[in-house]
Design a protein around this ligand. Structure first.
Ligand code: HEC
Length: 421
């Protein structure tokens, strides 16, 4: 990314003028087309000079307000793969180009169009799990629905990649995968006459959340990637995969979806199991009317629990405004692992680190969740205002940072330890 940018800047200096064909098209390709392409979630396709002009005013507005692209981690707090955020230089480059009359440039300078990969970016998966039935979106507004997909592998299986393929990219906004070995999800499935069941901030009421009950997630713009060699996600024999889907129909009516998940089984021996370590506080109380209320969660790494973190996924609900996760070392130094300063429940990411993060015994992980429980928060679902505590519902909150980790000493880990409920 840095290379592409310096190329753009160099080129601009060398040739005097920034053009669409030389610089701007390349930035749009890298940072926008993950979503603004045919059939995807972006409301228009941004792959030509004409589109850049037609949408010019909107593009300038959303880039200025940083509403687009919806990349949440603030620069300087963790380095992530597949970063589709704009740097300040890229933002200025685009805005100055528009202000300077938006010259098109020479068509010979255009980049190669991005290859449209097939459905599965890593080739054919070993197994594809598909929602058992099509789901018809028969309600307006956001829908959060859990679908239960049984597996019938006769043995425990490890995967080194899992890729979600939205059935209907125009309405599928995010997907979170949970694993259920309790059989409770099956019991809730279809009770209201439609496939699945409603769920908001987790896998559903009464389904235990443990170190090993998450299996990743997907938001638009995510690219599939394999875990490092020797690391795998365990799908225990007979497990049910719960696919939590957030549908964002907007003005689109009469939509149907059948999302699927491709599983890639580990071909090498797995000696490290990826689990989701929660940095969580479940006993807070956010006063009614509080405009900026911090909840802090601590997780001291116990002796012998030295670990390596590969990814991070912050989680709060509608009152959340900021999320910070830090590593505090015994020598007093602090490392920022992620900082999101305009939290949006609808753009939850699973952010993969460029370089894995070491977590040593006696390091302390500290999450700081900031909430706005006042009437000034347009997303506040409670009217009248009320005290808000931990829970799965739309009007409850969570302060939870998941780190996807492996433990150095696997054999001592209580993987089924409940973490929150
Ligand atoms: C991760 C997916 C994603 C990426 C990347 C993305 N967009 Fe969007 N964009 C959306 C979605 C979804 C919407 C619909 C409205 C919303 O959800 O905010 C949207 C809406 C817009 C709008 C209309 C917003 C309005 O208020 O009218 C503009 C303009 C826009 N995007 C420009 C861009 C530009 C320019 C880039 C790259 C610099 C970009 N987007 C990158 C998903 C994306």
């Amino acid at each position: 990314m840095k290379l592409a940018l310096s190329f753009a800047v160099l080129a601009a200096c060398a040739f005097g003028q920034v053009t669409y064909t030389r610089e701007i098209s390349r930035v749009f390709q890298e940072k926008c087309q993950g979503c603004h392409r045919e059939g995807d979630i972006g409301p228009f396709v941004l792959d030509s000079y004409e589109a850049a002009m037609t949408w010019g005013e909107d593009i300038q507005r959303v880039i200025e307000t940083k509403q687009m692209p919806p990349w949440k981690p603030v620069a300087g707090h963790g380095e992530f793969q597949n970063n589709f955020g704009l740097s300040d230089e890229q933002r200025d480059l685009i805005l100055n180009w528009y202000r300077g009359g938006a010259p098109e440039g020479d068509a010979r300078d255009l980049p190669e169009p991005t290859a449209q990969t097939g459905e599965f970016q890593l080739g054919d998966p070993d197994v594809v799990l598909t929602m058992p039935q099509t789901y018809s979106l028969n309600r307006r507004g956001d829908i959060y629905r859990c679908f239960v997909i049984p597996t019938d592998f006769g043995v425990d299986r490890y995967t080194d990649a899992i890729q979600v393929v939205p059935g209907n990219r125009q309405v599928v906004h995010h997907v979170i995968l949970y694993l259920d070995t309790s059989g409770k999800a099956r019991q809730m499935d279809g009770k209201d006459g439609n496939p699945g069941y409603d769920c908001f901030g987790g896998p559903g009421d009464g389904i235990p959340l443990t170190l090993s009950s998450m299996a990743g997630g997907w938001v638009p713009g995510t690219r599939a990637a394999r875990l490092p060699e020797g690391v795998g996600t365990l799908l225990p024999k007979g497990v049910d995969v719960i696919m939590q889907v957030h549908y964002y129909p907007g003005g689109r009516t009469q939509q149907e979806d059948q999302t699927k998940v491709g599983l890639y089984f580990s071909k090498q021996e797995v000696n490290k199991r990826l689990v989701y370590l929660p940095v969580v506080n479940t006993s807070f109380r956010i006063p009614a009317g509080a405009e900026s209320y911090d909840v802090v969660a601590n997780f001291p790494i116990p002796p012998l629990f030295d670990a390596t973190a590969f990814l991070v996924a912050p989680h709060m609900h509608l009152l959340g405004t900021k999320f910070k996760l830090e590593k505090l070392k015994p020598n007093g130094t602090t490392e920022s692992l992620i900082y999101v300063d305009d939290w949006d429940f609808n753009w939850q990411g699973f952010y993969k680190y460029q370089q894995p993060i070491r977590l040593n015994a006696f390091d302390r992980l500290r999450a700081t969740c900031t909430f706005n429980n006042s009437e000034k928060n347009p997303k506040n679902p409670s009217n009248p205002l009320k005290v808000v505590r931990w829970g799965e519902g739309t009007e409850d909150e969570m302060c939870l940072g998941f780190l996807g980790v492996t433990f150095d000493r696997e054999n001592i880990i209580p993987f089924n330890m409940p973490i929150a409920f």
